[in-house]
Design a protein around this ligand. Structure first.
Ligand code: SF4
Length: 114
């Protein structure tokens, strides 16, 4: 995932850089720039100026399926997990950190790509 920082909105608080230094850094003007790639939803939500947004097109690319190592449940991003509030079209990488396997309850980070 790549991100854009709106330089007109950024107030230079440095929050995004401290949360995700591999994705954001502060420039000479004291504003944040997105220079790397990674999952940075937390920074998007924490930015007090709402200056960070996913780069156009990135959000819409539907990623692959992921498999639960315990019960074999397959997360399909085209289907999502509507019973648990996850809309169809939600990529596995964009699931909330607290999301768990809807069948057996193991954490998201134990899943593997199909
Ligand atoms: S969190 Fe938002 S306002 Fe703060 S430096 Fe990053 S982009 Fe700018």
């Amino acid at each position: 995932m790549k991100y854009n920082v709106d330089q007109g909105l950024c107030i230079g608080c440095g929050m995004c850089e401290s949360l995700k230094p591999e994705v954001f850094k502060m420039n000479d003007e004291g504003k944040a720039e997105a220079y790397g790639e990674g999952e940075a939803q937390e920074a998007v939500e924490s930015c007090p100026a709402a200056a960070i947004s996913p780069q156009e097109g990135e959000e819409k690319a539907v990623g692959g399926k992921y498999v639960c190592p315990i019960c074999g449940y397959v997360y399909d991003p085209e289907v999502g997990d509507p019973d648990n509030g996850i809309a169809p079209g939600t990529n596995f990488a964009d699931l909330p950190e607290e999301w768990v396997c809807p069948l057996c309850g193991v954490p998201k980070d134990t899943f593997t790509a199909e």
